[in-house]
Design a protein around this ligand. Structure first.
Ligand SMILES: NC(=O)c1ccc[n+]([C@@H]2O[C@H](COP(=O)([O-])OP(=O)(O)OC[C@H]3O[C@@H](n4cnc5c(N)ncnc54)[C@H](OP(=O)(O)O)[C@@H]3O)[C@@H](O)[C@H]2O)c1
Length: 304
């Protein structure tokens, strides 16, 4: 009998809960979830229907052992807090997939995974944790997850065969990574700072700030060797305006709820890469300072 592939999912939020549940439902692999809270009996609502299932959840890194694959699904700012999990889960041939926003997936996990193969991912589906044990997802694009078209990328995609998540190796992965970054770097900061949903982009003055953010991002992408083409700016703006005005972003909800913001991986990445490549990013720099101040305020409140 062939041995089943062992997969650990770190983080049981909107993305981790859905990924773990979909893989578990396929019955093909040995799944363990590394979480901060236990929730073994889980409900998954997906377009095909509602499923009840049981997950193997561990809450202490000492309960974890080497696996074939680690799928990191925490928010970017929580990556360092998962170091204990990586220490226990990484064997000599473990591969790591990073399902997070931003563009610096490899850099974020490098301190914890040594020379192991890392698969960065662009997550397109909407994953929602409605309660500790209740998850739902909606397809939001042709692909649910895009990854590089490499041997390890293809091996990662193969894990999801027979599940309801469509994971696609894509040759234009760098373009997809930057396009998603630009969309996030416009929608999240502006909705968070104005505390308004996407309807705010119907204002002419906000539309013009959005154009500045994208223009700077496009120049940085180009300097990094990723050409998104002449139409990229209007395409990102059109995409933003195509969503229902009542839709809100995760950073909007995090601001309203006084939580730490995932800003360093989005606006911070544009500013950082701009500095590296000598491309000025004045608008993103201002947004970064404002949002870091908001986020640090939430951190201070958490410590009280
Ligand atoms: N949700 C979406 O639709 C969506 C779409 C595209 C991209 N993304 C990106 O995907 C990533 C994950 O997002 P998400 O929505 O799943 O976030 P989330 O709902 O906040 O879930 C993150 C989970 O990670 C857990 N966690 C944090 N540190 C941990 C640690 N050290 N050990 C174990 N668990 C830990 C959190 O635990 P607690 O519950 O204890 O806080 C939380 O359950 C983000 O980069 C996000 O931007 C999300």
């Amino acid at each position: 009998m062939t041995q089943r592939t062992s997969i650990a999912i770190i983080g049981m939020g909107g993305i981790g809960g859905v990924v773990a549940s979909c893989l578990q439902l396929s019955g093909r692999h040995q799944i363990v979830v590394c979480a901060r809270r236990n929730a073994e009996a889980v409900t998954l609502e997906q377009p095909q229907g509602i499923h009840r299932l049981t997950l193997d959840v561990v809450t202490n890194p000492l309960q974890a052992d080497h696996v074939d694959w680690i799928i990191l699904c925490t928010k970017t700012q929580d990556t360092a807090s998962a170091s204990g999990w990586f220490e226990r889960l990484c064997g000599p041939s473990t591969c790591v997939a990073v399902l997070q926003n931003g563009i610096e997936h490899e850099r974020r996990v490098a301190p914890y995974v040594g020379s192991r193969a890392v698969v960065p991912a662009v997550v397109y589906f909407n994953g929602e944790r409605r309660s500790a044990s209740d998850f739902g997802f909606r397809h939001a694009s042709e692909d649910d997850i895009a990854i590089p078209d490499s041997a390890t990328g293809q091996a990662f995609a193969a894990l999801f065969e027979g599940t309801s998540l469509k994971v696609s190796p894509r040759q234009d992965f760098p373009q997809r990574l930057w396009t998603k970054l630009l969309l996030n770097a416009v929608a999240n900061p502006i909705t968070a700072l104005t505390r308004r949903r996407l309807a705010v982009f119907q204002r002419g003055d906000i539309h013009s700030v959005a154009s500045d953010i994208i223009q700077e991002g496009l120049a940085v992408a180009l300097a990094c060797g990723v050409d998104l083409g002449e139409k990229a700016q209007s395409q990102v703006l059109a995409r933003l305006l195509s969503y229902h005005p009542d839709v809100a972003t995760s950073m909007y909800f995090d601001t309203v709820n006084g939580r730490i913001l995932e800003v360093d991986a989005l606006t911070g990445a544009i500013v950082r890469m701009g500095e590296l490549c000598g491309v000025p990013t004045p608008t993103n720099r201002i947004l970064l300072a404002l949002l870091q101040a908001v986020s640090d305020g939430a951190k201070l409140e958490e410590r009280r």
